[in-house]
Design a protein around this ligand. Structure first.
Ligand SMILES: [Fe+2]
Ligand SMILES: [Fe+2]
Length: 193
């Protein structure tokens, strides 16, 4: 399965080597966390490899996939901006093309962009790994990467906060789920401290 996915990625990201580097970077970090938290490493690897599989498909592609496969398609299309839709269509491809039915894998792919309240450890790992993988160099990533070394939940919280701030500054639409997730991780962090 993993060999087949990697072969497909090389085709999907033809002429986009940086995306392949990104995906392998996410995979490596996800596996590192997976060992730390005793997760199923194969599930994490599959989720990481597939998380951006539809990144370069058209908006029309994402919309069609979502309408066809999600009962709450209307909510998804209203709530999330275009940049986020690839996560939903990637989960469809995981299900339909690769026959993946494991909910941990599918949910980790679906929620990798902005997260959601009450994520499973697989979702948390993929969300954070996507944010801090080594090819990312902007200031927030570097800072969150350092935090992630010793404080996993805090790193998730700071990544969410920075990403919301960034989008608000650009006056981009921030989905409600992003605020709810931020609030959830703020509570989770307070409980830990
Ligand atoms: Fe993505
Ligand atoms: Fe990604």
């Amino acid at each position: 399965m993993i060999k087949r996915i990697i072969a497909d990625l090389e085709v999907a990201y033809d002429h986009k080597p940086h995306r392949l580097d990104h995906v392998f970077g996410v995979r490596d970090i996800a596996l590192k966390f997976g060992r730390q938290f005793n997760c199923n490493l194969e599930w994490l690897e599959i989720a990481a490899l597939l998380h951006d599989i539809t990144k370069y498909e058209s908006e029309e592609f994402h919309r069609t996939m979502i309408k066809q496969y999600y009962d709450d398609a209307e909510m998804i299309l209203n709530e999330y901006n275009t940049n986020i839709l690839h996560a939903f269509s990637a989960a469809v491809v995981a299900r339909t093309k690769y026959g993946i039915t494991n909910e941990e894998i599918l949910n980790a792919i679906t929620h990798h962009t902005i997260g959601r309240p009450g994520m499973s450890i697989y979702e948390e790992i993929l969300f954070l790994s996507d944010y801090i993988e080594p090819n990312r160099t902007y200031e927030s990533c570097v800072r969150v990467r350092k935090i992630a070394d010793h404080a996993f939940v805090k790193a998730i919280y700071v990544a969410m906060q920075d990403s919301i701030n960034h989008h608000e500054k650009q006056q981009a639409l921030v989905p409600n789920t992003a605020y709810q997730a931020l609030q959830y991780y703020q509570h989770k962090l307070e409980e830990q401290e």
